[in-house]
Design a protein around this ligand. Sequence first.
Ligand SMILES: C=C(O[C@@H]1C=C(C(=O)O)C=C[C@H]1O)C(=O)O
Ligand SMILES: NC(=O)CC[C@H](N)C(=O)O
Length: 773
Amino acid sequence: MSRVRVLFIDAYDSFTNNIVSLVENQLGVEVTKIHIDSYVGDLATFIQPFDAVIAGPGPGNPEVLDDVGIIASLWRIDETHIKPVLGVCLGFQSLVCAFGGRMERLSRPRHGISTQVDTCGKDLFNGLTDFQTVQYHSLRANLGQPEPSCIASEPCSELTPLAWDLSDPSGGPILMSVKHRLKPFWGIQFHPESILSSSEAKNVIRNWWLLCKKWNQSREDLRGVEKTQSCSLNNDASGDTYTVDSLSPSSMPATPSSENSMSSNTSYTTTRESSIAENYVHTAIPLDRLTVSDIVHRLELQNDEFVVLDSEQRLMANLGRYSIIGQVDRITTKLTYQAGNGVIKITTAEYTALEQVGSLKSALSYLKNYLNQHKVENGYRDIPFWGGLMGYITYEGCLETIGIPTQTHANRDDMCFAFVERSIVIDHLHGVVILQSIKSGDEIWLQSTSSKLLGTSPTTSIKPATPEALISRLPEKSSYMSKIDRCQEEIQAGNSYELCLTNQAAFKSRKSPSCTSWQKYQTLRALNPAPFASYLHMNSATILSTSPERFLNWARPTLDEHGRSLSVCQFRPIKGTVQKTQILPDGTPHGVALQEAMQILSTPKETAENLMIVDLIRHDLHGVVGSGNVTVPTLMQVEEYATVYQLVSVIEGSIYSTPALSSRTSGIDVLASSLPPGSMTGTPKRRACEILNTLEDEPRSIYSGVIGYMCVGGGGDFSVTIRTVFKWDDEDEGGNETWRIGAGGAITILSDVQGEWEEMCGKLGSTRRLFKE
Ligand SMILES: C=C(O[C@@H]1C=C(C(=O)O)C=C[C@H]1O)C(=O)O
Ligand SMILES: NC(=O)CC[C@H](N)C(=O)O
């Protein structure tokens, strides 16, 4: 029997793949996805191979043709070509508009809010009790009924209401579901696929499917007996009892995921003997009292290009176990890309090559192939990095991966990775330093480097230094506040559910050999300890980061019990911020203590903010790893950082793949499909980024992109480049350099304008303290 197929029409939403996953898992069907503006020729003909259609959620207004595209035509398909349709949110609203309903703005948009839905207990809701479910909408469908009821009436006599949200007496009833009286059209305003929606809400999908099957069967029967007269399509299923057991879930079991695939009781041989495997050599030595800074100093890296992913100031037991120092020298190969020009540049010791790749997304595929060609299988098992690509991607580079064109700046790389062959990994948990190289025959370097580290007693000879800011450009309060208003207007209009608004400060300081970038970084990391701190100097970019936020980590693949390659990946978005108690210069305390922070971070405003990003990341991840392979092991946990409390969630995915090396799905595919980081955009991602582009005054640049590594052994780790001070060499002028800091925060309909301004200033303050102003 051929597999049942469902067509999903995606209105560029950031929850689409979660619905696809729910449908595939619950119904055992195959879902094909197209966009609202995909060219399909005649829609009626196009949908014929499908058993049913889902018209998805999305930004905008169903009365605006550009926002719904071909969804608007679904409802006009003639009787002979008609197929069962489920409209979800925007799709539901479009159904209502097609049959006489109107849209109006909610007085209080409902984004990431979980409420009870009261149902008629029939049809889509047959056998289901009233349930909790999440909503994401700004607009409300109005059927012109004086009171909420489940009986169709003028002026929308073709639509039968099936469910209402009556939880907000002052805001009034909100229509949650309808069906068409004669045609096989159903709609739901709520989001059953959200991680916080109840299983009862999810069962609506099963009920819909039973109704579809029944309708399709009656259509078949009619065709079978070749009835010539027109038939009644009344498919009211009220009162029917359905056996949901007859459905065949086809989910691939979600593999229990672990935070870190390394065993926690790893032991090292801290000898100076080197092991050689292919072109990989390493030496492990005791860390003793060496610091990351000592190592950088002893190896004399500080005045050259190098990268440090720095976890020395470990804050949490499960984060920041390793620091990685990547050596970059004259002969290190670099792979760079500037947004907008479609060309990846490969610079080696011998030559510079340009390859037309088209986009940053394809540049990442290029890097994936590059790493496959330099694959190492026998590195030191217990550390995550053996060598490979270390670098960054700017926010504008990230935008290109979602099809938003951006301007480029000559001499500035939007993607810059060095192919690091010599590296030093410090395991802070076990106090071990692993020196390693993937250059063939590099034992001499190993020996000389370990002698330098073992040599003299550890002293920190590079002193942290504090730069003096000559001219500072700080965010302007009235301008920022008016942008918050504009974000909220966009949200009111249904164009977005959450927007991460940001802006930048700039500090000019004198270039000085007694206050180098590395010294500045030393100061910053002491002032603002963070689990994902990093220092990078490559080409014209210098980055001093104290990021608290992991973007994406993926483990080196292993074989599962079925012989498939499996790599577990993890996102750790932060959304929800409260300032910790601090004593201001005038002696007054500011901010809150843990107990109060916990209370604030559990209010609907903060949890909605976090939930939206969790659902968005689940969507990004589902798009690569497929249905049933995404879990949320931690939902909204409060974590303490140097100056703030933050609400953190963890989303994990199992990347299974076929043995064929070239077609293997890897963490790099997840990376390429998940940029820019959802916590820095808002949702739906694409529309949010378009809106933010019109609001923000300048490119975000390094801020709000990602920084990290992709290892030759198959793993990877990236943080979100926030709480970061950065500069471009082309802005150096007259002995001065210009350092920039971006800061922002997520704006929702529940945001308080003054509160958001203060939150942004608080985040800016955590790194601005680097400068003496
Ligand atoms: C925008 C920033 O941070 C982001 C926004 C957060 C929020 O809105 O609560 C929290 C962490 C980051 O994802 C920033 O640090 O500048
Ligand atoms: N999630 C959605 O589909 C939202 C639909 C519409 N843009 C609204 O805000 O009401």
